[in-house]
Design a protein around this ligand. Structure first.
Ligand code: IPM
Ligand code: MN
Length: 362
């Protein structure tokens, strides 16, 4: 009986509600596959900050290290703590545990409406591999001559050979595994999301690394798109894409667009992965904490449930992950469950209940 220790950090706003549904689904598959689960909740976030002056304990990473995986609800509540302060917590875990891949699958479930007319369940089948530890998020820079008209700020992006190599390699390996074009000699494609026409050092460097790594994958198509044009193509012809590899900031931006292709933020999941499994990986919906909806049970927990699916796949529980995907498909296709973002009135817990039932009866 495999045993897993899972840390749960519900966080702020609607974090508690979505974490509860995520856990419900985790428990359902544990029951079905007799997985031995040990979960522990950590009340870290903005309220913790208000009483203690820190978002999480100073030894938080030491505590989390003992776990096999982390589920994170959502962090941030601008009325309590400025966002650039509260979000250091998220970035500290991503960097501290060297979770250098932020994996964001973009898939449209059947029966889900999206505002993008080119998006159909057939056309939306791609994964964004976002660099997650460096680049534009390197937190290097400063404020200078503050308060005067000569005042200025700098923010330096750092792109290292190792940092670029490992994320690009991950993207090519993923394309090889996905085999989107199974019947063609080149079984997949990795689109390099860049901006090397304007960012003449960092992105030229990034492109060079991409080209170096691509040589090791003759079975995978190469492709390059400037990030601005990519946003246009993602709307115009989303079915073209397979795997997209992007820097930290570009990956952040294009995955919000990706969320709309999926039907909204309520469907978009993310995995912060340390592929070497030296540290625990962290799984989270990519939406924010939506404080105004707190306690109303109106938010869509599917993004969080999808994150649990990614967690199980990472832990090697492939069948359990597949069961979650099938159950979500079944529940959405039945049309019975429609949360507020889908134009309906289903409650957050009703979504989890329906998916749980579908998992257990399959
Ligand atoms: C995300 C979020 C975070 C990011 C914020 C909250 C720091 O937008 O996970 O996409 O920019 O990475
Ligand atoms: Mn984002």
């Amino acid at each position: 009986m495999p045993a897993y220790r899972i840390a749960i950090i519900p966080g702020d706003g609607v974090g508690n509600e979505v974490a509860e549904e995520a856990l419900k689904i985790l428990m359902a598959v544990a029951e079905k596959y007799t997985l031995d689960l040990d979960t522990e909740h950590f009340p870290w976030g903005c309220d913790y900050f208000l009483s203690r002056g820190i978002m999480m304990p100073n030894d938080a990473l030491d505590i989390l290290r003992a776990f096999d995986a982390i589920f994170l609800g959502c962090i941030g509540d601008g009325m309590k703590v400025p966002d650039h302060v509260s979000l250091t917590m998220l970035l500290a875990i991503r960097k501290g545990f060297d979770q250098y891949v932020n994996l964001r699958p973009i898939k449209l479930y059947p029966s889900v409406k999206t505002p993008v007319i080119t998006a159909t369940p057939q056309s939306i089948d791609m994964v964004v591999v976002r660099e997650n530890t460096e680049g534009e998020y390197s937190a290097m820079g400063g404020f200078f001559k503050s308060g005067s008209r000569d005042g200025f700020a700098t923010q330096t992006a750092v792109f290292t050979q190792k940092g670029c190599e490992r994320v690009v390699r991950y993207a090519f390996d993923l394309a090889r595994k996905r085999r989107k074009y199974d019947d063609e000699p080149q079984v997949g494609m990795v689109t390099n999301c860049t901006k090397s026409n304007a960012l003449n050092y960092s992105m030229v460097f990034w492109d060079n690394v991409y080209d170096q790594i691509a040589r090791d994958y003759p079975d995978i198509r190469t492709d390059k798109a400037l990030v601005d044009a990519l946003t246009m193509w993602l709307v115009k012809n989303p079915g073209y894409f397979d795997v997209i590899v992007a820097s930290n900031l570009f990956g952040d931006i294009i995955t919000d667009l990706g969320a709309m292709l999926q039907g909204g933020m309520g469907f978009a999941a993310g995995a912060n992965i340390n592929p070497d499994k030296i540290y625990p990986s962290m799984f989270e919906p990519i939406h924010g904490s939506a404080p105004k909806y707190t306690g109303k049970a109106v938010v869509n927990p599917i993004a969080s449930i999808e994150s649990i699916r990614l967690m199980l796949e990472h832990l090697g529980e492939t069948q359990a992950g597949q069961d979650i995907e099938n159950a979500i498909t079944e529940v959405l296709q039945s049309g019975e469950i429609q949360t507020k973002d889908m134009g309906g009135q289903s409650k957050t817990h009703e979504v989890g209940d329906a998916i749980r039932t579908a998992i257990l009866k399959a």
